[in-house]
Design a protein. Structure first.
Length: 268
């Protein structure tokens, strides 16, 4: 669907803010996504962005509705794993497991299939089926020495499941393998491994040392004449207006959310 140029630019600006803020300030990203949704609810990319913003703020029912809407518009199965994870977030792991067995999974690329495997393993753990979760993660992708974007998370999930099952030695090995693959620090494998190894990180600067340092810094400050302050009022009003109107997340209008009951995943 094409939009008028001015409207398209407004939508694009809000989507850029969603992408920029979704990791560091999910609530603010969500607010921008609602503006974009109000402006262009019939655009699949907008529905997808709104879904991820809702997902990041744990609004799983809303996220699922947006992902379903985007899927209906595009016909793509790319969002299938995150839709299944929304079912987990809603406390319905059995639905996530049912989705893991649907034909859509076979249409996913390798990264999508690994993501679906992670979701399925998480659903097994939600249902208390820890051994089944471990088996679910055992795959050619886990055994491979090749490193892909999803490798650290797959190895980490396997290590975490092993640790919960009381298999500490194996867990230590796989946390180490996750760390080797995690060049971007996408997991806390280093902290988990250090904990298992009994390594404790201690602040080199103790409280007593901090007090001494603060006192030394105070003594080193030059004396100031408190009576020499200016009588001029520095708090003047500044006109910060710009020549361009931009949407802000405080807008009250919201888009209609797709009915959560439509186009639902297959039930177990």
């Amino acid at each position: 669907m094409s939009l008028p140029k001015t409207l398209a630019e407004d939508v694009a600006r809000n989507l850029v803010m969603v992408a920029r803020l979704i990791d560091e300030d999910p609530e603010q990203a969500y607010a921008f996504s609602r503006i974009a949704l109000r402006l262009a609810s019939r655009v699949a990319a907008v529905r997808e962005a709104a879904g991820f913003a809702a997902y990041a703020t744990q609004r799983y029912a809303e996220a699922l509705a947006e992902f379903r809407a985007s899927r209906r518009m595009t016909g793509s199965v790319e969002l299938w794993p995150v839709m299944a994870d929304c079912e987990r977030g809603l406390g319905r792991p059995e639905r996530a497991m049912a989705m893991a067995g649907e034909p859509e999974v076979q249409k996913l690329d390798k990264a999508g299939q690994v993501e679906m495997r992670l979701v399925a393993a998480g659903a097994r753990r939600d249902m208390g089926q820890l051994d089944a979760a471990i088996v679910t993660l055992q795959s050619p992708e886990l055994a491979s020495n090749a490193v892909h974007s999803w490798t650290p998370r797959l190895r980490y999930a396997y290590a975490d499941a092993l640790l919960e099952a009381g298999r500490e030695d194996e867990a230590r090995e796989w946390f180490g393998k996750a760390l080797e693959a995690d060049k971007d620090g996408s997991t806390d494998a280093s902290d988990r491994l250090a904990e298992l190894e009994g390594v404790e990180f201690v602040d080199a600067l103790g409280e007593d040392d901090e007090d001494v340092q603060d006192t030394a810094q105070d003594d080193a400050r030059p004396a100031t004449d408190t009576d020499s302050g200016s009588d001029t009022d520095s708090g003047s009003d500044v006109d910060a207006g710009s020549g361009e109107t931009q949407a802000h997340p405080g807008d009250d209008a919201e888009a209609d959310v797709e009915d959560d009951t439509t186009d639902g995943p297959a039930k177990a």
